[in-house]
Design a binder for this molecule. Sequence first.
Ligand SMILES: [Zn+2]
Length: 319
Amino acid sequence: MQSFVNIKDMNKDTDRNPHGAARGVIRMAALALCVLLLGLAGCAKAPYTGRSQLIMYSEADEVKMGLAAMQQVLKKEREVTGTAESARVERVGRRIAAVAERPQYRWEFHTIEKDAVNAFCLPGGKVAVYTGLLDLADTDAELAAVVGHEVAHALARHSNEKMSRARMVQVGQLAAMVGVAAASGSSQAAQAVGDGYAGAMNMAVMLPNSREMEYEADHIGLLLMAKAGYDPHAAIEFWQKMLKQAGGKGKSDFMSTHPTEAKRIDALRAMLPEAMRYYRPRDDGASGTAGGGAVGSTGGNAGGKAAGSGSGGTPPVGK
Ligand SMILES: [Zn+2]
């Protein structure tokens, strides 16, 4: 909305500073551009939290962008397939995706061979988990905490929101520059902004999420893992482990882009009662927080589920 104020002010100036007919044409173009871009803006609401969002790109755009970006990632990184680790990521991912209720995203869950405690989700539901993180997530429920968080970023369309915010800033700048161009009778300034415009769009998707988005992903992720039948208490255990690791050597890549402070775990703890309302334990023994995970397990243990939890399928509930 700021951009409208700028345009108006600029136009006042140009009215006092006549440069012929071109001025009017450029001014009209600037206004048309703003109407077009603002017209495309949608006010959406984030799922579960109901937070108002600025969303300017379609879901189809997100799917296309995410797919292209993931293909780029997979060209550079070494993907693991056909192992117990990749089966584990796929298994947990599918369970979370099933409750995310966005079949149009065509979810993908990739395992990447890298000694980095990291995971990410690209727009449109393309998720990658690094083997370094799998070593830290002892149980499927702990892995579900991470996957749930990443899926939540896609579900809440955080990349779209970042791009939309960047686009709004660009619209403002472009409008200002076109105003300057109108005043000076030169279109070079507007051209310069136009050149930088597309690049800025691409950059926005790589920008770190805001703290607000991270907390929202924690919140939604906790509800998703519970809906998928994983005890949400496992999220607390996992993030505590992450915090300890970050406090030690601080080698976690995930933590470089995610808030690590104890406050975050406190916030998660406060969300537990809500998450427990969604929690429907499965009787496959893989839901609980305790017991042996499937890390590195091969063969025999069909499906690699946490058969060693010994809880008879009833995960520990309470605290
Ligand atoms: Zn995150």
